[in-house]
Design a protein around this ligand. Structure first.
Ligand SMILES: [Zn+2]
Ligand SMILES: [Zn+2]
Length: 367
């Protein structure tokens, strides 16, 4: 099969022939219909992730057809349309046993712990614990656009922040995850305050249903602006970017008994939480990490019904041959000089469709 391969961290990958994958006994092989390009892929390529062994194929936001099934898989068969969470669970550890596969103790991530989906085919292990059916009416492009960002935002808003209709939700950072959260919260009837430094990100947030937009580049205290706009503070707030400034602003923008959800990744040391406010206001501090496969059907129904439109986040669709340059270009967005707090990554999402290079002899039945 053809795949995007890199031999060295930070060296431009090449598209080349590699052996076709075979399924593990409890796994499947999926022919990739569409796969999202994410900043996590860029971090992996740059060598920021300890788990990656070289040579490597990135890619973790995929959807496609099952083309091969291991002998121990009970619930999946060739020809089915599927996607997977970016956290692929073992299905057997104590966390999995309680339904918390998103924090599995032996989790794998395609494109990190093993070769990923910037390829014609991708192997996925523990299929019964991880595969999610994609409805026939939903394109692979839409399913891939759920990626790690939209699904993570969904769990953060619905299961962690537990935002109720009429409540105020502040979303700090309107990149892919933040804009997804805006759309999901607005669709559920919450009133959303979107915060970013980029005018284009705020424009999109407004389009996706934000009631109030705060330009963090021109407001000296974004938390105070959120408190003013919400009559004393938001009920819940997300740091969707992951920076000391947005994390602290998220906590400080809450009303008493508010819920802060950390979605963006932060370095482990120097946690910037204002703990005096956390105690005085009895703030709940919550983490959010992906979404388990069993939680997808509710999200899939809302997407299939058009109530949620993750596909609107897709601004570019490219073939496998253009993927290496697109991967390398992701770094330009984050290394450019910027005002403080730093802007979110570009809200537009790129999706790769390797199908143009499909070999007819390996094609499953159309559908
Ligand atoms: Zn597990
Ligand atoms: Zn991702």
């Amino acid at each position: 099969m053809r795949a995007v391969v890199f031999e060295e961290f930070g060296a431009v990958p090449e598209v080349r022939e590699v052996p076709d994958p075979a399924p593990s006994p409890d796994g499947v092989v999926v022919r990739v219909g569409a796969t999202g390009l994410c900043r996590s892929d860029w971090h992996g390529w740059m060598g920021h992730d300890d788990g990656i062994a070289l040579p490597h194929v990135p890619g973790h936001e995929l959807a496609g057809h099952v083309v091969a099934v291991g002998s121990g898989v009970a619930n999946w068969r060739v020809g089915q349309r599927v996607t997977v969470p970016f956290v692929c669970a073992c299905g057997r550890c104590p966390a999995c046993a309680t339904g918390d596969q998103q924090v599995c103790e032996a989790q794998e991530q395609p494109g990190f712990t093993h070769w990923g989906s910037f390829a014609e085919y991708v192997p996925l292990r523990h299929a019964d614990a991880n595969l999610v059916a994609v409805p026939g009416s939903m394109s692979f492009l839409t399913a891939a656009s759920l990626g790690c960002r939209f699904a993570t935002a969904y769990r953060a808003v619905v299961e962690r922040a537990r935002v109720l209709p009429g409540e105020w939700l502040a979303v700090h950072g309107c990149g892919g995850a933040g804009l997804s959260a805006v759309m999901i919260a607005a669709a559920s009837g919450a009133r959303v305050v979107a915060i970013d430094v980029a005018p284009r990100a705020l424009e999109l947030a407004r389009e996706f249903g934000a009631a109030v937009c705060v330009d963090a580049a021109s407001v000296p205290d974004t938390a105070a602006a959120v408190r003013d706009a919400t009559g004393g503070g938001a009920h819940a707030s997300l740091d969707a970017l992951g920076s000391p400034a947005t994390c602290a602003a998220s906590v400080m923008s809450l009303r008493r008994r508010g819920r802060h959800v950390q979605v963006g990744l932060l370095p482990g040391d120097g946690t910037p939480l204002p703990m005096d406010r956390v105690v005085a206001y009895e703030i709940d501090v919550l983490g959010s990490h992906g979404m388990a496969a069993h939680a997808y059907p509710r999200l899939m129904r809302q997407v299939a019904a058009g109530a949620l439109r993750p596909d609107l986040l897709v601004t570019s669709v490219i073939g496998l041959d253009a993927a290496p340059a697109a991967l390398a270009a992701m770094g330009e967005r984050v290394t450019a000089p910027s005002p403080s707090p730093s802007p979110s990554p570009s809200p537009g999402m790129t999706v790769i469709t390797p199908r143009s290079a499909l070999r007819p002899d390996l094609a499953p039945p159309a559908g």
